[in-house]
Design a protein around this ligand. Structure first.
Ligand code: HEC
Length: 197
């Protein structure tokens, strides 16, 4: 049997290790061709992907998917209504997240108990635990003030959406609403701009 003919069937190699011997067998053509095609394909893919920028990287794909999710979430938040906000205000998780934001961002002007008073002294903000609202007491009206700030910027209530993002603004409003009951009477403050309308 000739050693160099590939078609003579498996050849037992002379090499022995731990009593184990190996066959030297030509790989079947279907296997070899799959291997060659893989190599050719690698070159094509490498040139296309890295040299010509064909196709999107995983990073870009993930980024695009994330952007889509963020966009859908934003749209959902944009379409938020009073009922939805009331619902969120009874959701423990959302309220807890809102409380955390409140206690870092709002507490200085509105006080931890939402009274806008600290040890008898009046803080810059308006009380958020009473039924009197200057800019309207419907959940979406409260949301608008927190998102966009007071219509009169000189009053000292800045817009929070640019800093916190809509998600956290919604949560903090849910927290404020958690201190209120749906259907409780709402009065407008004496100097409310809504009164004039
Ligand atoms: C720098 C002080 C300051 C901070 C911080 C602040 N506010 Fe205010 N807030 C005000 C002032 C002042 C007003 C009254 C604005 C006006 O008279 O138009 C106000 C008004 C409001 C109103 C409207 C009240 C009403 O009667 O209609 C809401 C709601 C409110 N703030 C929520 C928040 C929330 C939530 C945060 C935290 C994200 C926050 N504020 C942070 C100062 C502040």
């Amino acid at each position: 049997m000739s050693q160099d003919s590939p078609n003579q069937g498996p050849q037992l190699r002379e090499h022995v290790y731990d009593g184990i011997q190996e066959y030297d067998q030509k790989l079947p053509n279907w296997w070899l061709f799959t291997w060659y095609i893989t190599m050719v394909w690698f070159v094509i893919a490498w040139v296309a992907y890295y040299q010509f920028g064909v196709g999107m990287s995983d990073e870009k794909n993930i980024q695009r998917a994330m952007d889509n999710i963020a966009e859908v979430q934003k749209q959902e938040l944009e379409q938020i209504n009073d009922d939805k906000l009331w619902e969120m205000s009874r959701d423990e998780k959302i309220v807890a997240a809102g409380a955390a934001t409140y206690n870092t961002t709002c507490v200085a002007c509105h006080a931890a108990d939402l009274s806008a008073h600290l040890a008898g002294a009046k803080l810059p903000g308006l009380p958020l635990n009473d039924q009197e609202w200057k800019h309207g007491g419907n959940p979406t009206q409260i949301l608008t003030v927190v998102r966009k700030g007071s219509p009169d910027i000189t009053k000292g209530m800045p817009p929070w959406e640019p800093q916190l993002g809509l998600q956290r603004v919604v949560e903090v409003v849910a927290y404020v609403l958690s201190k209120h009951e749906k259907g409780e009477p709402i009065t407008l403050a004496g100097d409310s701009p809504l009164k004039a309308k």
